[in-house]
Design a protein around this ligand. Structure first.
Ligand code: PLP
Length: 431
């Protein structure tokens, strides 16, 4: 295993192709993984772990789900890429719209970063304005304009911002504390006519999980409408994960139950689950806005492998298998781990809180109430998290290697898997 790490570090910067995989947030030697099936991942020494990373979100059915693997094999047999529209792209886009009504038109891309980057360009192109408003601690991928106060990977590394982002690229990005309605109103009062878009995670899950305050997303929608700005909701992580119709669907159902009119995003971005483990992401939204994209409109965006036939086959098979019953199973497993972990920590007198948005959750050690924004998240005890991470790793449970990430369960996690996680947390807490 360490031989692989040595070779990796010699050829890949930091030994990884994406920073959070390097375990900088918890210390120690990362374990190279060689296979994954159901709720388990297996390392290069053949040790299996109950996995709570789930490839950082895509693996909602569990790893190597049979119908997804079969769809990929079948699609690969028909050719890996055509460079022309193929039926699977149409079908995946229709399936996204059928579950998420505001996604009236869809463009498929390959990564969440591309989706949000394109959403900004589209909002700027359609409004003729430059200013973007984002919230501290929300992560939207690594494009220049969005790599400001961006949560997890960066928070873990202790880097407030990235080198190599020109001052000009970030100068038009205004950062507001998450959930701060007064600060958001003030920004609109001052800069309203220049604001192209507000972008937010539907529910923040890249600083750990922070439930949006009641009415906050609706307020953003209302301010954007009043000022002619575009409301971009980033559901790359929450989409078809926080609930069957993403986090928007959770709030829509709550609004309807309360006799209110649900808010709607103008644009929405997806990724992770919609590719089922292969590189698919999407930008979607109002038809009039989406038609600003080339070749209909003047906003250019393109991709050699966009809507790749093998990748969209994985996405279609994933959404097809992701029935309401399967979602209910993910929700009940998430509840079992969330509640069991919290009870185990309480029983041992460990100060903690749990952030939760639908089926997404994360445990914050050292905080006695769920944090509401990045400043509060930053008060957590990351050293205690690192200690818990390593104890669980020894016990065969693979937590996210950072205190700033959601804990991902899948439909393949059994009651025994949930118990294994809770028992390992109890053993650590009573150490
Ligand atoms: C993961 C993520 C992204 C970036 O997606 P990539 O596919 O990693 O580029 C963007 N927004 C959110 C909310 C994410 O969780």
């Amino acid at each position: 295993m360490s031989a692989w790490n040595d070779r990796a570090r010699a050829i890949l910067p930091g030994g990884v192709n994406s920073p959070v995989r390097a375990w900088n947030g918890v210390g120690g030697e990362p374990v190279p993984l060689v296979s994954a099936s159901g709720a388990k991942v297996t390392d290069a020494d053949g040790r299996a772990y109950v996995d709570l990373v789930g490839s950082w979100g895509p693996a909602i059915l569990g790893h190597a789900f049979p119908s997804v693997i079969e769809a990929v094999r079948e699609a690969a047999g028909r050719g890996l890429s055509f460079g022309a529209t193929s039926p699977g792209e149409v079908e995946l886009a229709e399936r996204i719209r059928d579950r998420y009504a505001p996604a009236r038109k869809v463009r498929l891309v390959s990564t969440g970063t591309e989706a949000t980057m394109t959403a900004l360009r589209l909002a700027r192109g359609a409004t003729g304005r430059d200013v973007i408003v984002k919230f501290a601690g929300c992560y939207h991928g690594h494009s220049d304009a969005l790599l400001v106060a961006a949560g997890s990977g960066l928070a873990t590394a202790g880097v407030p911002d990235s080198a190599g982002v020109p001052a000009g690229a970030a100068a038009d990005t205004l950062v507001v504390p998450y959930g701060d309605a007064d600060a958001l109103r003030a920004v609109f009062a001052e800069r309203g006519p220049g604001i192209a878009a507000v972008i937010t995670e539907a529910a923040p899950a890249n600083m750990g999980v922070v439930r949006p305050p009641v009415g906050f997303n609706a307020l953003i929608a209302q301010l954007c409408t009043a000022h002619g700005s575009v409301f971009i909701v980033d559901e790359v992580l929450t989409g078809f994960r926080a609930g069957p119709s993403g986090w928007w669907g959770v709030e829509r159902d709550e609004a309807i139950a309360a006799g209110q009119v649900p808010w709607e995003p103008d644009l929405v971005t997806f990724g992770k689950v919609i590719g089922g483990g292969l590189p698919v992401a999407a930008l979607a939204g109002r038809a009039d806005l989406m038609d600003y994209l080339a070749p209909v409109g003047p906003v250019y965006q393109a991709g050699t492998l966009s809507g790749n036939p093998v990748a969209v086959a994985a996405g279609i098979a994933t959404l097809e298998a992701l029935t309401p019953e399967v979602h209910a199973r993910v929700a009940s497993t998430a509840d079992a781990v969330r509640v069991g972990a919290s009870e185990a920590l309480s029983a041992a007198g460990v100060t903690h809180s749990v952030g939760r948005a639908g089926t997404l959750f994360s445990v914050f050690l050292g905080l006695d109430a769920p944090p509401r924004d990045f400043a509060e998240v930053s008060g957590q005890d990351t050293a205690a998290y690192a200690s818990m991470f390593h104890a669980l790793h020894e016990a065969g449970v693979y937590l996210p290697p950072s205190a700033f990430e959601a804990w991902f369960v899948s439909a393949a996690h059994s009651r025994d898997d949930a118990d294994a996680v809770v028992d390992a947390i109890a053993a650590w807490a009573q150490r």
